[in-house]
Write a protein that binds this ligand. Structure first.
Ligand code: FBP
Ligand code: MG
Ligand code: MG
Length: 333
């Protein structure tokens, strides 16, 4: 079988007119950074990268050493490529400008450098999530305002999952494509063309320890799933919760399912738990491109108009019929 590398895949996308040379370069650079993060993650205790960094990020969360390392790798790899006007990271309070002496381009790159950090020290899958927007016309120096675009404006989105294998999953708005890192060769190989999410599922993912804080529509939906065959949904469900969004979404892109981090009384004052620009938007684009749906419960995630960089939103995504059911329960509420 012919092995297609990520580089070949991207060149073919460019030849077919689906991406520009600049976007191809940007994705190549992100992929290179992801390989470096993968090396650090896989060395674990051998490289002394486990544990706390001893600092808090802008979200008020304690940073792990690997949060800081992954963030640095992504910033340094991407700033000199010439394809970016600026970057924004979950770990950094303000936007990251490209140094004045380096060439600039037309894209904005946003990322969650290390997703699922609470899993690092226990050797469970973590990931990196990224989103690409265009720098709005009218100036090369982006401001925070330039990043505040709804998710439907994304030109590309993807994630890497550092699991038993390292995989890169990508969309440029023409389906979802999966690549597996061949560690000996150092290349991503095209292994999952056109990943799709079945419209129905019997698997759900939610942190059930928050059950008493959920809103009525989510309480109703989860109660119905737990009732199984005897309940109104008429089928048995299974439950999975990795606590790394990347790993949970990867499972859903592989075999279907519904993932929820809904609004609850604990996170209401923050607007939700997951970050719109670094987590919800890129995952929503991937999920929609794979035939699934992504909603806050009350609105399509990709239509949410952000008002700040580190905005949080409720997230319900995955198999279309299930997401639409929960959204329907919110409407009835
Ligand atoms: O610990 P909880 O409340 O179950 O939250 C888990 C969720 O938080 C996150 O870990 C947030 O990501 P970060 O590690 O990037 O902060 C998601 O990946 C995951 O779905
Ligand atoms: Mg995260
Ligand atoms: Mg993170």
């Amino acid at each position: 079988m012919r092995r297609v590398t990520l580089t070949q895949f991207l060149i073919e996308q460019q030849r077919a007119g689906r991406i520009t040379a600049d976007l191809r370069l940007l994705i190549e650079v992100v992929a290179r950074a992801v390989k470096a993060i993968s090396v650090n993650v896989s060395k674990g205790a051998l490289a002394g990268v486990l544990g706390e960094a001893g600092t808090d990020n802008v979200q008020g969360e304690a940073q792990k050493k690997l949060d800081v390392i992954a963030n640095e790798i992504l910033l340094q790899a991407n700033e000199w490529g010439g394809h970016l006007a600026g970057m924004a990271s979950e770990e950094v309070e303000t936007i990251c400008q490209i140094p004045f002496d380096l060439p600039k381009g037309g894209f904005l790159l946003l990322f969650d450098p290390l997703d699922g950090s609470s899993n690092i020290d226990v050797n469970i899958s973590v990931g990196t999530i990224f989103s690409v927007l265009r720098n709005p016309p009218g100036g090369t120096e982006p401001t925070e305002e330039s990043f505040l675009q709804p998710g439907r404006e994304q030109v590309a989105a993807g994630y890497a999952v550092y699991g038993p294998a390292t995989q890169l999953v990508l969309t440029v708005g023409q389906g979802v494509h999966g690549f597996t890192l061949d560690r000996e060769m150092g290349s991503f190989i095209y292994t999952q063309p056109f990943m799709t999410i079945p419209v129905d599922t019997q698997e759900f993912a939610i942190n059930a320890s928050n059950a008493r804080f959920w809103e009525a529509p989510v309480k109703r939906y989860v109660a119905e799933m737990v009732q199984g065959k005897e309940g109104p949904l008429g089928k048995d469900y299974n439950m999975r919760w990795v606590a790394s969004m990347v790993a949970d979404v990867h499972r859903i892109l592989t075999r279907g399912g519904v993932f929820m981090y809904p609004m609850d009384e604990k996170c209401r004052s923050k607007g939700g738990k997951l970050r719109l620009m670094y987590e919800a938007n890129p995952m929503a684009m991937l999920v929609e491109q794979a035939g699934g749906a992504a909603s806050t419960g009350r609105e399509r995630i990709l239509d949410v108009m952000p008002d700040r960089l580190h905005q949080r939103v409720p997230v319900i995504l995955g198999s279309k019929n299930e997401v639409e059911r929960v959204a329907g329960y919110h409407q009835e509420d």
